[in-house]
Design a protein around this ligand. Structure first.
Ligand code: BG6
Length: 459
């Protein structure tokens, strides 16, 4: 069978967050975010210097353009633009994103903007406990509207919350700006609903005021497989996938939350702060695409789930290694078929374009100052995952908009560790030494460049 050609308008790109990339944490009027208070340990860095893209963006964009990337997903840092989150705008912060977006457009790189990647302005976290408060929804929507108004003429693609389903697991508590409380299920579900409501309001605003712009939902997609064919493994795995994945995807499309999730909330007598007036705006949601991060799959063993555990917390105690797939040095499952499986599932079930906007593998690498880094394992990871995506498109009929790799220029990992590198371009810094931040292409850079010369038709 001859394989079809990749679409001409397919997006190939890079994806980052601001706190892992920009640096310049105390420059030009930026206010502190919760991440600026996380201090380094013996094995980790703090976030604050990132890879100093605040100053080095022209060089980074040149490298991306020379790789033939045509999309860059960046984040606008809320506390750079509104230092305390709900007060005065900081023009110098907006100026930075103007420079950045204009520099992308000059190189033929389409910007995608994410408005929140776990970095709540510190003042809102301290005063309101982050998204547990409805005041913070209003503050976020104010920030989002101002950014959409300002960049609508240049930025066609938008997402609100990075990995929106994580605001529904135990990680919710730091990533939503929640600093104090007993971490109850009520808090968790309220934060989840509040962030969905904030998304819904931004979605409605963007569609009403700028009908040509596109906005998508975004989740962290780590599909779970049953540990065996035991009915309990199959049942609890399906339930987990419903709570963490499909529940959000259907809500992004205006279908409302999953009945199974709503029934659980009701039976458990959880006060999720659903208010009657929320319903209209929730129903209006219509994501133009469904985006997600994908790094690995996981396995669920129902026997290990303690009685009474909430479905969105099953994985905390009952995840198991998968004996059938290889692992990365960080023991993350390498599973390209899992990637095809979820692309096809989302495309079949939800009927809007699907967009993987984070994918990649963290490896330990050290540059000796002279020789090219031979990252064969990374080439293999991207090649097999892109092939799996093409199988989803050409063998299963999935509608896919593009493929963005995560951190294609090295950035500190989400565990504040510079030793876990995702890049096709090395950045010369370690956890504790900034060195010269030199950007050095690895073997995978040249591989991807040659793949993109032919628009991904040959891997
Ligand atoms: C995603 C996050 O969960 O995964 C990123 O959006 C993160 O912020 C990425 O860096 C990879 O995870 P990690 O922990 O290996 O950096």
């Amino acid at each position: 069978m001859t394989e079809r050609k990749m679409p001409k308008n397919f997006f190939w790109g890079n994806s980052v967050s601001s706190m892992q990339t920009e640096g310049a944490w105390n420059l030009d009027g930026k206010g502190p975010s919760v991440y600026d208070t996380v201090t380094a340990t013996a094995n980790t860095t703090d976030w604050r210097d990132g890879i100093d893209e605040y100053h080095l963006y022209e060089e980074d964009l040149d490298l991306m353009a020379s790789m033939h990337l045509n999309m860059y997903r960046i984040q606008i840092s809320w506390s750079r633009v509104i230092p305390d989150g709900d007060g005065k705008f900081n023009q110098r912060g907006i100026d930075f994103y103007d420079r950045m977006v204009n520099a992308m457009l000059k190189r033929g790189i389409t910007p995608m903007i994410c408005l929140y990647h776990f970095d709540m302005p510190l003042a809102l976290a301290q005063k309101y406990n982050g998204f547990s408060s409805r005041h913070v929804i209003d503050a976020f929507v104010r920030f989002a509207k101002a950014m959409i108004d300002h960049f609508a003429d240049r930025v066609p693609y938008w997402i609100t919350f990075n990995e929106h389903n994580l605001y529904f697991t135990d990680e919710v508590f730091n990533i939503s700006g929640y600093l104090s409380g007993d971490r109850s299920l009520t808090d968790m579900y309220q934060i989840f609903h509040h962030t969905m409501l904030a998304h819904a309001r931004v979605d409605a605003y963007l569609h009403q005021k700028f009908p040509l712009l596109k906005i998508g939902g975004m989740i962290a997609y780590t599909p779970a497989y049953p540990a065996s064919s035991k009915p309990t493994d199959v049942f609890y795995t399906r339930r987990l996938n419903e709570f963490l994945n499909d529940n959000l995807s259907q809500a992004f499309l205006g279908e409302g939350y999953s009945k199974e999730v709503l029934t659980y909330i009701k039976n458990q007598k959880i006060d999720a702060d659903f208010q009657v007036e929320d319903q209209e705006i929730m129903r209006k949601m219509h994501a133009d695409f469904l985006s997600f991060s994908y790094y690995k799959s996981t396995v669920l063993n129902a026997d290990k789930i303690p009685n009474g555990t909430a479905p969105n917390r099953y994985l905390n105690q009952a995840a198991e290694p998968n004996p059938y797939v290889n692992k990365s040095p960080w023991k993350w499952e390498i599973d390209p078929l899992g990637f095809r499986n979820i692309i096809t599932h989302l495309s079949n079930r939800f009927k809007v374009p699907v967009f993987p906007i984070e994918n990649g593998i963290g490896l330990k690498e050290h540059w000796d100052g002279q020789h090219q880094i031979e990252d064969e394992q990374r080439i293999d990871y991207h090649r097999t995952h892109i092939q799996a995506m093409k199988d989803a498109m050409f063998k299963d009929g999935a509608n896919v908009m593009g493929y963005l790799g995560w951190g294609l220029i090295d950035i500190p990992s989400s565990h504040a560790d510079c030793e876990k590198r995702y890049g096709m371009i090395y950045v010369n810094r370690t956890n504790h030494e900034l060195k010269d931040l030199k950007r050095v292409p690895k073997a995978s850079y040249y591989w991807f460049q040659s793949v993109l010369e032919k628009n991904g038709d040959e891997l």
